[in-house]
Design a protein around this ligand. Structure first.
Ligand code: ZN
Ligand code: ZN
Length: 357
């Protein structure tokens, strides 16, 4: 019959705080490693005494231990391997016990005390969404499939076969570390049995093989603002990988991949468009039609415009992501040289040639 923590200290279940303290002092002196050098049995006993005292000297922990002892029917045990606890159906008590067993171990573990497992934020997940150039200007709604690691639906993420539960690691009493007391110093290493988790799974969940996780395809609908560029990152808070130990979820980062336009070249929020202009119009001035995302605009070409000149059409470019206003359309003058000319054109050009050389 394994001992209870009360048995370890040799006190009754109704012992007062004072009695517990006295019993602890007596036993701690008797089994202290300094006075029992090399005696493994004494060392083991010393640790058990520490463990028992850490729990029973703390009102809340003692209450939880007492309550727990009567709720799972197995009774708390403090065998040679330490305290063996079943978390089944305990709800909040699991938290309290996490508090207890995260802190037991006394001086031997002080160097490497782990406490509650630290909350870890889930990882961010990146994915790409492809857009036509037109949609990048107008805005769009895209369905984005993302493969995420989520809690196993069979075991609810515990990794234990449904109907069973992970148990406190008997090797380290749930501390996740093994502590070796060497006189004044305490060395601690991650527990080899539970790999630092503090709990072990006796019957792993068949669906996830004990990992507690599964890959699941989720589809999110992402609102894409008008004006996104190729490579714009849209962050969806909390839609990334799940956090661990109560940590927040990571984010989903959607990167827009915008197809090239045959008409426009994007430059910041401005759109550059090539505009063919005849030689006479470039020389004398005139009007040409320029495409913009919201329809054709008639643009005045000043006389004497050179090839490559940029003419600005204000406020007709890409919407600014800030939501305020738009960039411009930059019309680049491309002077057209006729490849073939008719009789009339030839006469006129020859006339001109005589004048300008
Ligand atoms: Zn599972
Ligand atoms: Zn362990």
């Amino acid at each position: 019959m394994p001992e209870s923590l009360y048995d370890v200290l040799g006190v009754s279940k109704s012992a007062s705080a004072d009695e517990i303290k006295k019993a602890y002092r007596k036993l701690a002196r008797r089994y202290h490693p300094d006075t029992n050098a090399g005696d493994k049995g004494a060392e083991e006993r010393f640790k058990q005494v520490q463990t028992a005292y850490d729990v029973l000297s703390d009102g809340d922990k003692r209450k939880a231990y007492d309550r727990f002892g009567s709720t799972n029917g197995r009774g708390p045990t403090a065998g040679p391997g330490g305290v063996n606890v079943d978390f089944g159906d305990l709800g909040d008590l699991g938290d309290i016990l996490g508090g207890i067993f995260g802190n037991i171990g006394g001086t031997a573990a002080r160097g490497g005390r782990r406490g509650r497992q630290q909350a870890v934020r889930g990882a961010d997940v990146e994915t790409e969404v492809r857009l036509s150039f037109e949609d990048s200007l107008k805005g769009a709604e895209a369905k984005v499939p993302v493969e995420l690691t989520v809690a196993c639906s069979e075991c609810g993420g515990t990794g234990a076969q449904p109907g069973t539960a992970p148990v406190i690691c008997p090797e380290c009493n749930g501390r996740g570390v093994k502590a070796e007391s060497q006189g004044l110093f305490a060395l601690s290493t991650p527990c080899p049995r539970c790999r630092g988790n503090g709990t072990v799974i006796e019957q792993p969940c068949a669906a996830c093989k004990g990992s507690g996780r599964e890959r699941r395809l989720r589809t999110y609908t992402v609102k894409i603002k008008p004006g996104v560029k190729d490579g714009t990152k849209i962050r969806l808070k909390g839609k990334g990988e799940a956090g661990a130990h109560g940590g927040p979820n990571g984010d989903l980062v959607v990167i827009t991949r915008v197809a090239k336009s045959e008409t426009y070249e994007r430059r910041g929020d401005d759109l550059v468009v090539q505009v063919p202009v005849s030689f006479p119009t470039a020389a004398l001035g005139g009007k040409v039609d320029v495409p913009t995302p919201e329809g054709t605009v008639s643009l005045k070409i000043p006389s004497g415009s050179e090839d490559g000149k940029l003419l600005r059409i204000k406020g007709r470019g890409a919407p600014k992501l800030s939501g305020h206003g738009k960039g411009d359309v930059l019309a680049r003058v491309r002077i057209q040289v006729p490849k073939r000319v008719n009789k009339k054109e030839r006469e006129l050009l020859e006339e001109l040639q005589k004048v300008v050389g």
